[in-house]
Design a protein around this ligand. Sequence first.
Ligand code: MF3
Ligand code: CO
Ligand code: CO
Length: 277
Amino acid sequence: MTITYKDAEGIAGMRIAGRLAGELLDYLAPFIQPGVTTNEIDRLAEEHTTQVLRAISAPLNYAPGGHNPYPKSICTSINHQVCHGIPNDKPLKKGDIVNIDVTVLKDGWHGDSSRMYMVGEVSVAARRLCKLTYEAMWKGIMKVREGAYLGDIGHAIQSFAEGQGLSVVREYCGHGIGQKFHEDPQVLHYGKPGTLDQLKAGMVITIEPMLNVGRKDIKELGDGWTIVTKDHSLSAQWEHTVLVTPTGYEVLTLSANSPAMPEFVTPAAPAVALSAT
Ligand code: MF3
Ligand code: CO
Ligand code: CO
């Protein structure tokens, strides 16, 4: 296990990288329209990351053990694609839902975030899946504080998702993040309360549930990256990078146009309890 704990300087670096990842997703939003290709979105992302954010697209040429290097700057996963979809020349069409996953490397620190975008009018089922997956991510985020168990996060996500009739993808998970793109621990999106490692202040993790309308099973396409649902049912994912604090969490990948938090998200507990009056 190589969990890293960020000191004040690391937290400052992670705050900047995280905010830039959010800003990149903000920047891309207006371009996601019927007729645009995912290659065009990828080109815009690469240009914005290098020319405006003065940062590096961490996915480009990323090659974790055994994988062929990832060929693009972002991941674009459409409809039944679960994650790691590779941008191409096929235009988006009205009714598609697409996950855009960006990871910005700024001054040695990584910020990793993804959102769902709806292309024109989408079906009620697709909209419901996007909304519930967003809520599931926040159910997980709300468990984060020093002393909480990784199993608490997984359980919060799984129980919410399955309670809504959705299934949780098992093979891909959240992760520690910092000067490396993927660090320990693994952050499973299913599990049992009070199990697995306890969080400590200074850890930074991602929470990035992938939920399917149909069965949880997935398969990899021949390109060596794209993951799809085995039953071709719709899949959605949202991701934030989150700092563990003594009393709760700080979401590092928020930006000006981040979608509003769900109603059930309450502010983290104050550091010092207020006395009753
Ligand atoms: N951004 C993804 C994650 O959330 C990882 C993408 S790896 C890539 O962990 F190589 F496909 F970009
Ligand atoms: Co991630
Ligand atoms: Co990501």
